[in-house]
Ligand binder design. Structure first.
Ligand code: ARG
Length: 454
């Protein structure tokens, strides 16, 4: 493609070192669509005839079908997807193919392709996030009223319901979707027409091209447009944060499925055995998800690092943007799919959760609140209940069995009523708190909101 200036062919090792076709082939559909839009603008500018355009379009669609069907011979001498497609087109249709690259560079071409690719994948991931939310929501609806200890520092804290716990993840995933939607706004801008770095002396209708490709607008600085990759970095960050959320969910489930907790049982289809220990049923999906989150972070850091030292404008370092991007998307797509299935099939062991939540210590805070309602300042109430807890630990007598009235004049005979779990939950009615009524209405709210995403 640049033979004019060179007397010697590129060395084999350089070709191997610099090729990107082994991975950027997957941009082919967007490359073809971008080229067709570009060619149509060339017709409007009087650079191509309608006949030439038709043969370009037909030729590109044929190339696309060949790639789709696995019948295209990619060549590493042609470095990347852009040159592979252009060369195949010119072989097919001759002279008209050689006109296609007028007023265009691989620099604006690759930025266009990756933007179209990111846009499509953002939409796909958003759909998958909704599916995982729906699986979590179905479990939340089923267990809106099943009690569970809530933890801080992995120590039992206060009672919640399983529905409330799982809806926390529905919230996280919703913010992940919002982050993707926001990132999509900056992704969906057309750089085509920015050329190598300084536009072109041949003016094509950039807005027409953008409209045809479904972009919201055109970029406004050619140097920025071809050399920044912040839209990819943002997308990688949004995916890394989904990874964080999935990893936390995984960790919860790993704990829940241990004999020590016993709160949940994953289906045989989503667990694995041990080659040595016959009794084992391991939550590998959760562990793999937790482990793969590291890759998602690594991919983000790889791109940020590749971009940070680059002077304007395009530098070949930027070719390193694609593998991290593809890897994060692949990693996240399968993670979301398998986690959705696994959550849908998970059994919650309601009795075990309830037994764990019946520990009266979970209501120590409620006892302090009881004292506060009787006029005791909170700090003093906290200390009084702390003394009662110490007494319970020392005498091995559960907190709800102690004679509280003998410990302080502030406890009345009704202090014991605090230890009714249902009353305690029912009192948590403020927005965001886990009263069963609240959880049920949150389930209903999410159901409506997720139905509207379909
Ligand atoms: N394969 C290249 C990339 O991914 C396309 C752009 C090449 N541009 C260039 N001037 N060599 O970045």
């Amino acid at each position: 493609m640049w033979k004019g200036r060179f007397a010697k062919a590129t060395a084999d090792l350089v070709q191997q070192y610099g090729e990107s076709i082994s991975y950027d082939w997957r941009l082919y559909k967007h490359d073809v669509n971008g080229s067709i839009a570009h060619a149509r603008a060339q017709v409007k500018a009087g650079l191509l005839t309608e006949e030439e355009f038709s043969s370009i379009e037909k030729g590109l669609r044929e190339v696309e079908a060949e790639i789709e069907g696995g019948n295209f011979a990619f060549s590493i001498e042609l470095e990347d997807i852009h040159m592979n497609i252009e060369s195949a087109l010119t072989k097919k249709i001759g002279a008209a193919g050689a006109k296609l690259h007028t007023a265009r560079s691989r620099n604006d071409q690759v930025a266009t392709d990756t933007r179209l690719y990111c846009r499509e994948e953002i939409d796909a991931l958003t759909g998958q996030l909704s599916e995982l939310q729906s699986a979590l929501l179905a479990q939340s609806a089923k267990h809106a009223a099943s009690v569970l200890p809530g933890y801080t520092h992995l120590q039992r804290g206060q009672p919640v319901t399983i529905g409330h716990h799982l809806l926390a993840y529905v919230e996280m995933l919703d913010r992940d979707k919002a982050r993707l939607a926001d990132c999509r706004k900056r992704v969906n801008v057309s750089p085509l027409g920015s050329g190598a770095l300084a536009g072109s002396t041949i003016n094509l209708d950039r807005q027409q091209i953008a409209d045809e490709l479904g972009f919201d607008r055109v970029t406004t600085n050619s140097m920025d447009a071809i050399s920044d990759r912040d839209y990819i970095a943002e997308f990688l960050f949004a995916m890394a944060l989904v990874g964080t959320h999935l990893s936390r969910l995984s960790e919860d489930l790993i704990l829940w499925c241990s004999s020590e907790f016993g709160f949940a049982t994953l289906s045989d289809a989503h667990t694995t055995g041990s080659s040595l220990m016959p009794q084992k049923k391991n939550p590998d999906v959760c562990e793999i998800t937790r482990g793969k989150t590291g890759r998602l972070y690594g991919n983000l850091v790889a791109l940020l690092t590749a971009a940070k030292g680059l002077p304007l404008t395009y530098n070949r370092d930027l070719q390193e943007d694609k593998e991290p991007l593809f890897d994060s998307i692949d990693t996240l797509k399968i993670a979301l799919a398998v986690n959705t299935e696994m959550i849908a099939d998970m059994e919650i062991n309601v009795d075990v959760c309830e037994a764990a939540a019946s520990d009266p210590l979970l209501l120590a805070t409620d006892l302090a609140d009881y004292l506060v309602k009787n006029g005791v300042p909170f700090r003093q109430a906290h200390e009084l209940v702390g003394l009662a807890v110490a007494e319970s630990v020392k005498t091995q007598n559960p907190l709800d069995q102690l004679d509280l009235t003998s410990l302080s004049e502030h406890y009345g005979a009704d202090a014991k009523d605090v230890f009714d779990l249902q009353t305690a939950l029912a009192a948590r009615t403020n927005p965001g708190a886990p009263s069963i009524e609240n959880v049920k209405s949150e389930v209903a709210r999410w159901q409506t909101s997720l139905d509207s995403c379909k």
